[in-house]
Design a protein around this ligand. Structure first.
Ligand code: NAD
Length: 495
């Protein structure tokens, strides 16, 4: 690999994210030949570990969570010797002294081209502290060779996001800052760009003249599980819509970029957010629906309601479900609703984008022929199924003219026999390559917060009186159905 030697410093090196995602991703990149020739992974945390002990921990993590199954001895040996540990308490700046010494040791060994990537896989209240310590110990002064990767959530609201951006901008240049939205690293999400801008077929139809409405639906069967403490202060709007769902909306709604340049693409995306119609307080109740699950049965087991989950206030008004109807006020999308919904403890785990096209202008077939009539739809399934389906009408075989909808399917499994990498593999490699295309720029994050703030403020000022309002294993509150039914549509699910 032609990558410069890299030192990867992971704050939160003993945490859940590193265990399940980062460590397996780095190992998989290594086995597939994508890591630089010289690299060092330095995990940090408050616990004291020797390098050997930490290597053992990482080996167990990789064995448990890698998509490729257990490690192979020979490749582990080589990878493992590059794994190190440096104990750091981010609330005690002096402990960065030791980290600096470790970093400098590998910098000397690897040479002047060495780049250092600081990955902040810790609670967000530590982001400013770490950034300030990195500055104090002069660890990020070389703007070509040092980068910082920031996990979600980026801010708790518009004001805190702005504060964090301001603080980061005093220490780093924007090209050093990698704000992660791991949805953007997903294979199917990246394919949206290829699909839209490498085909001539769709672009002429991709506008208000041919599209009737668009749905973006990210549903989960799981409840909050062990994340109750965090989720309680966030809710579905902050946890999912402000970042992941709005990013998907940008990919569907953006104008064609003139090149595949990171800032060019991010410019086109932020333009979508800027064109989105802001809500007035009185418009929120008709355009946004919130929900919270009660107990129910999932696969024969009783599961608790949200208010009875660990770390959750028994009178909580935090939403575990949100549905919002947005408009983009520009020439392409004027008048076309974008319906977004997301929630936990729903009936199905799936992330799908549905583009529903307008009906044919004139029906020539008899009503008997068209009993199962359905307008054309394009369904992009992000996970767990990875596919793109174009639903069209066809004649059912037989002596009579009877129509029914059929799917033209591009299915990843059937088309490619290679495994798709995990989002974190793609994103970590991009960070090493200095490619910011799939990372959020500061203004994107702020524009997204600006859009959702009126909803957050209204919801927080008006406590919901009807929570919980949907049972576990359902499709969410009835009001979410009503939100879309008022316009004559319904939420789509995969068969
Ligand atoms: P975690 O609680 O499992 O890990 C936190 C880490 O921070 C631990 O390694 C801990 O040792 C370290 N830490 C705590 N206090 C410290 C201190 N004073 N000094 C030094 N280190 C300290 O959290 P997590 O689930 O790994 O999440 C980390 C970040 O990643 C959060 O911002 C979270 O929102 C984000 N994230 C996590 C996931 C996930 O699947 N876990 C997914 C997406 C985003």
């Amino acid at each position: 690999s032609k990558l410069n030697p890299t030192i990867f410093v992971i704050f939160g090196g003993t945490g859940d994210l590193n265990k399940r995602k980062l460590a397996p991703a780095l190992y998989n990149l290594f086995t597939e030949g994508y890591m630089p020739e010289k690299f060092s992974i330095i995990g940090t945390g408050r616990t004291k570990f020797t390098d050997e002990k930490y290597q053992q921990v990482i080996l167990e993590n990789v064995n448990e969570f890698s998509r490729n199954g257990k490690v192979k001895d020979d490749s582990w040996k080589e990878f493992g010797t590059n794994v190190h540990y440096s104990s750091t308490d981010v609330t005690v700046p002096e402990t960065f002294e030791g980290l600096k010494t470790d970093i400098e040791k590998y910098q000397k060994e690897f040479g002047p081209e060495t780049q250092v990537i600081f990955y902040l896989a810790v609670a967000p209240n530590f982001f400013p502290l770490i950034a300030e310590c990195l500055c104090k110990y002069k660890l990020t002064e070389n703007e070509d060779n040092s980068r910082i990767v920031i996990e979600k959530p980026f801010g708790h609201d518009l004001e805190t996001a702005k504060e964090l951006n301001l603080l980061l901008s005093k220490i780093f240049t924007e090209k050093q800052i990698y704000r992660i939205d791991h949805y953007l690293g997903k294979e199917t999400v990246q394919n949206m760009m290829a699909f839209r801008f490498a085909n001539s077929l769709f672009e002429p139809l991709w506008n208000r003249n041919y599209i009737e409405h668009i749905q973006i639906s990210v549903t989960e069967q799981l409840g909050v599980g062990e994340r109750g403490g965090y989720y309680e202060g966030a809710g579905a709007l902050r946890d999912m819509i402000q970042n992941h769902l709005l990013q998907l909306l940008c990919l569907v709604g953006m104008e064609a970029p003139i090149s595949f340049d990171a800032n060019e693409i991010r410019d086109r995306k932020v333009e979508v957010l800027r064109a989105m119609r802001p809500f007035k307080p009185e418009e929120i109740s008709t355009n946004a629906v919130r929900g919270q699950y009660s107990k129910g049965w999932v696969e024969g087991k009783e599961v608790p309601g949200y208010r009875h989950e660990n770390g959750v206030d028994p009178h909580s008004n935090t939403e575990s479900f949100a549905a919002v109807k947005f408009f983009i006020d520009n020439w392409r999308w004027q008048g076309i609703p974008f319906y977004l919904r997301t929630g936990k403890r729903l009936n199905q785990t799936s992330s799908i984008i549905t583009i529903q096209f307008k009906d044919v202008p004139h029906h020539i077939f008899s009503s008997r022929a068209t009993e199962t009539w359905q307008q054309n739809r394009l369904i992009i399934s992000i996970q767990p199924e990875m596919s793109i389906r174009l639903q069209v009408q066809a004649k059912r075989p037989g002596v009579k003219m009877v129509l029914n909808p059929v799917d033209m399917v591009f299915d990843y499994k059937g088309t490619y026999d290679t495994d798709t990498p995990e989002a974190y593999e793609t994103l970590l490699l991009d960070a090493m390559n200095g490619d910011q295309t799939l990372f959020m720029r500061g203004d994107q994050v702020e524009a997204a917060w600006e859009l959702v703030m009126p909803i957050i403020n209204t919801w927080e000022s008006k406590k919901s009186l009807n929570f919980p309002n949907y049972p576990a294993d359902s499709w969410g509150p009835e009001e979410a159905e009503a939100l879309i039914a008022r316009d004559g549509f319904h939420w789509f699910t995969l068969p």
